[in-house]
Write a protein that binds this ligand. Structure first.
Ligand code: ACM
Length: 525
């Protein structure tokens, strides 16, 4: 061997030695304050150091992975101010890299689970599908944020605690609902909400698109729905609606964050906006006035007229064409102005219409009274008898119990927004329940998942949305993701306390509940 080759080799070995012998700061992965709490966390006590030459490596061959890699680099930039390169690769890196890979080999973790291995040299995020990589990315963000708990901008090095996290969700359906009918919210607000929900591994956003006070989605074959029905809101403001192009933009934005949008067209009740737009949908052929109050249960489509079913078919057809997920929500709640026998006949036909457009029906728990098909989904909010009836008919249930999951309920008697007809829902009340053990007779196998609805009678802007949603929904996200045996309020509230600072950095106007030992901060309000 020539002398200069030998010298070069020796020099190379020295560099290697210096890199691998560099003292690492000890860190404990089990103290990363992760929410939702993962299935297993094994700590190895050291740390991976992120610096400006760390590279995000993405296994070649997947466009989705590349997108997630870029998103990871963007998120790291937002947290640390470091600009990392994103590179595709055929092989796992040896050092100073974050490596994203899809290796469909771990049946335990399913479609959304992931395996995150952090060593001193490399961070490897593995999943069966890109959805799992995306969920794991949220964990990386939290590990990075919480490893030292130091002030991010003053921290000299950015660390991730070493160890292994194997994680997957307890429930397939983990949702939030936004009522854009009582008050209308712009596309940018919906996108911000999607971003914040994605942070906590939520995978569904249900949009309540029509109600007595407003119709919020353009239907090209019935244009007056938005021209008239979309023109106002609770309190008489100017309302608004999404054009189909805007709605597609929301669906796509959500999809890139592995969130499915579920559209709801509420019927036969909660339809004053539609009835005001088209007189022929009323049994007396007279259009009522637009409604800007907060009462419920007074309106109904005319279930005995054929034009009503033409209307439903046209609307569901256009909405189905905009929907990439499997579900369309047809409401069905509080139809007090519809006779029971008419309600059942109507819902049976609507169910067939939804199916004819290739989708599965979700309805609020009252819909269980119709002849629902076993694949129908019942959303429990009020009456356990209804949910049980649905289960007897073979349906699965989404758990949205108003006393625990309704985000429009006030936290306590001093909350300046919201209502309290279901009671006050402080953070412990919102957290301390088990979807598989809430209604007698409804067990884990009957439950599709959980959803937290925000009704917007009193909520008028993004700041107010955030105040009612956060941090309650973070607890709901954990209920949906983490098995009941693996979670407790006492442990959760300590982890949540650490998230206050991060929420603040994100500009989230959250409710600083006195039940939480928030760290290094004063209350938001
Ligand atoms: C509902 O709260 N009316 C479903």
């Amino acid at each position: 061997m020539k002398k200069n080759v030998l010298l070069a080799l020796l020099a190379g070995m020295m560099v290697q030695l210096t890199v691998s012998c560099k003292t690492r700061i000890p860190a404990d992965l089990t103290k990363a304050n992760l929410i939702p709490k993962p299935v297993t966390v094994t700590a190895t006590g050291s740390s991976f150091e992120l610096n400006e030459s760390t590279v995000v490596y993405v296994q070649e061959g997947s466009e989705e992975l590349k997108q997630i890699g870029q998103l990871l680099a963007d998120e790291i930039k937002a947290i640390t101010d470091l600009t990392l390169k994103v590179q595709t690769t055929a092989q796992a890196p040896k050092r100073n890299g974050l490596f994203l890979t899809i290796t469909p080999e771990n049946t335990q973790i399913g479609t959304e689970g992931y395996d995150l291995m952090v060593t001193e040299d490399v961070v490897t995020l593995k999943a069966n599908q890109s959805a799992g990589v995306f969920r794991g990315l949220q964990t990386i963000k939290q590990v990075l944020t919480f490893t030292n708990g130091a002030d991010p901008k003053q921290q000299p090095v950015w660390l991730m605690a070493t160890g292994n996290i194997v994680d997957y969700p307890e429930y397939a359906y983990r949702g939030a609902m936004l009522d854009v009918a009582r008050h209308f919210f712009e596309v940018k607000d919906v996108k911000r909400l999607i971003d914040l929900l994605a942070d906590y591994k939520i995978n569904i956003l249900h949009l309540h698109l029509s109600d007595d006070q407003g119709w919020r989605i353009e239907i090209k074959s019935w244009p007056k729905l938005t021209a008239i029905g979309g023109s106002t809101e609770v309190g008489g403001g100017e309302g608004g609606f999404y054009t189909q192009e805007q709605y597609k933009e929301i669906v796509q934005y959500a999809k890139e964050r592995y969130i499915t949008i579920i559209p709801e067209i509420d019927m036969p009740g909660h339809t004053n906006a539609a009835l005001a737009s088209y007189p022929e949908l009323n049994c007396n052929n007279k259009a009522p006035k637009l409604y800007t109050g907060m009462k419920v249960g007074f309106s109904s489509l005319c279930t005995s007229k054929e034009i009503t079913y033409k209307f439903v078919d046209d609307v569901i057809g256009e909405v189905a064409a905009l929907t990439d997920g499997p579900y369309i929500h047809i409401g069905g709640d509080e139809s007090h102005a519809t006779k029971e026998k008419d309600y059942i006949k109507f819902m049976n036909r609507v169910q067939d219409i939804v199916k004819a457009h290739g989708k599965t029906m979700i309805g609020w728990d009252e819909v269980a009274h119709a002849d629902i098909k076993p694949e129908a989904i019942i959303q429990y909010w009020a009456k356990s008898k209804n949910a049980l009836l649905g289960v007897e008919k073979g349906a699965k249930v989404i758990m949205s119990p108003s006393k625990q999951a309704y985000l429009d309920m006030q936290y306590d008697s001093t909350t300046h927004l919201g209502l309290h007809w279901a009671g006050y829902v402080e953070l412990d009340q919102a957290y301390n329940w088990d979807p598989a053990n809430l209604v007698e007779g409804i067990n884990k196998e009957n439950v599709l998942g959980v959803e937290s609805p925000l009704w917007s009678e009193t909520v008028t802007n993004m700041d107010e949305i955030e105040y009612m949603v956060f941090p309650r929904i973070i607890g709901h996200a954990e209920i949906g993701w983490t098995a009941v045996e693996n979670r407790s309020w006492e442990d959760y509230k300590v982890r949540l306390a650490k998230h206050g600072k991060r929420l603040k950095e994100l500009g989230v106007n959250y409710y600083a509940s006195p039940l939480i030992p928030w760290e290094n901060e004063d209350a938001t309000k």
